[in-house]
Design a protein around this ligand. Structure first.
Ligand code: B1M
Length: 211
């Protein structure tokens, strides 16, 4: 079988050691890091995202696939940097202030990394200033916020206000999600995008970045 296809299949199956081994073999065979990323690891995570969206895969399968992808990325990341392959875009993500739920946010981060984005994960309990200042310093195109509590989702608005205060709301887009969050709420607070699940978050960010 084509080794790149085999690599993608092993990401889908969540086989971390095999993914790492194949990534190394492809690098040894002088396959370009961009091809290994796009035709192997990202291609695999694409399938995982679609299966997750169609309820063919559940959270554990996605987490296991993401772990496999990360095993390959560990070897690939320095080579990508050396060969000057640019990430698709930079994405700052975190769970909003006061909120410690991170499983959904981690899924979003993994899917975004799987789609070729550089992900700057700020973790949980992230203040509006931290979201905005990090996005500004790291020249990110999009901020992604997750909230699981009806009380903390209110803090999403504060981040949008902070972006406006710093005059960055036209250059940095905002995507929000999490169980209590809806498209209506996104419209109400002026978020640029909303996604109901991690796979849709990738599509929404790409839509906002026009890619
Ligand atoms: Co909490 N908790 N919890 N909890 N917890 C909920 C959210 C709750 C609904 C449970 C309930 O009462 N039925 C309830 C919230 C009620 C409300 O506000 N309406 C609740 C509560 C009340 C609390 C505490 C206040 C409990 C207490 O201490 N009295 C407390 C708050 C702590 C805090 O944050 N300050 C608390 C604590 C915890 C634990 C620490 C024990 C644990 C979190 C562990 C962790 O995350 N590391 C926990 C858990 C696990 C849950 C439930 C059971 C599961 C959440 C989860 O991980 N789901 C949850 C009940 C439930 O949802 N059934 C509950 C799986 C995850 C994949 O889904 O995060 O929704 P989700 O992500 C989805 C989408 O929403 C979307 O993509 C994912 C799927 O692809 N998505 C995005 C998420 N973020 C996105 C961002 C995007 C786009 C899409 O763009 C950027």
């Amino acid at each position: 079988m084509d080794l790149l296809k085999e690599l993608a299949d092993n990401v889908i199956k969540g086989q971390a050691p095999k993914t790492e081994e194949l990534t190394q073999k492809l690098l040894d065979d002088k396959v370009s890091p961009a091809d290994i990323l796009n035709k192997g690891l990202v291609a695999g995570m694409d399938v995982v995202g679609t299966k997750f969206k169609n309820n063919e895969f559940y959270v554990p399968e996605v987490l296991i696939a993401a772990r496999a992808m990360k095993a390959g990325m560990k070897l690939l990341r320095p080579k990508l940097a050396e060969s000057g392959v640019e990430p698709v875009g930079k994405f700052v993500v975190g769970t909003v202030k006061g909120d410690l739920h991170d499983i959904g946010k981690n899924l979003v981060a993994m899917m975004m990394e799987g789609a070729g984005f550089e992900v700057i994960d700020l973790g949980v309990d992230v203040t509006p200033e931290n979201f905005v200042n990090t996005a500004k310093e790291r020249k990110a195109s999009v901020i992604g916020m997750s909230a699981l509590l009806t009380t903390t989702m209110l803090n999403m608005k504060a981040t949008i206000e902070e972006l406006k205060k710093q005059g960055l709301n036209d250059t940095i887009k905002v995507v929000i999600g999490g169980a209590p969050v809806t498209q209506n709420y996104a419209d109400e607070i002026g978020a640029d995008g909303y996604a109901p699940d991690a796979a849709s978050a990738v599509a929404e960010v790409k839509r906002l970045m026009k890619i």
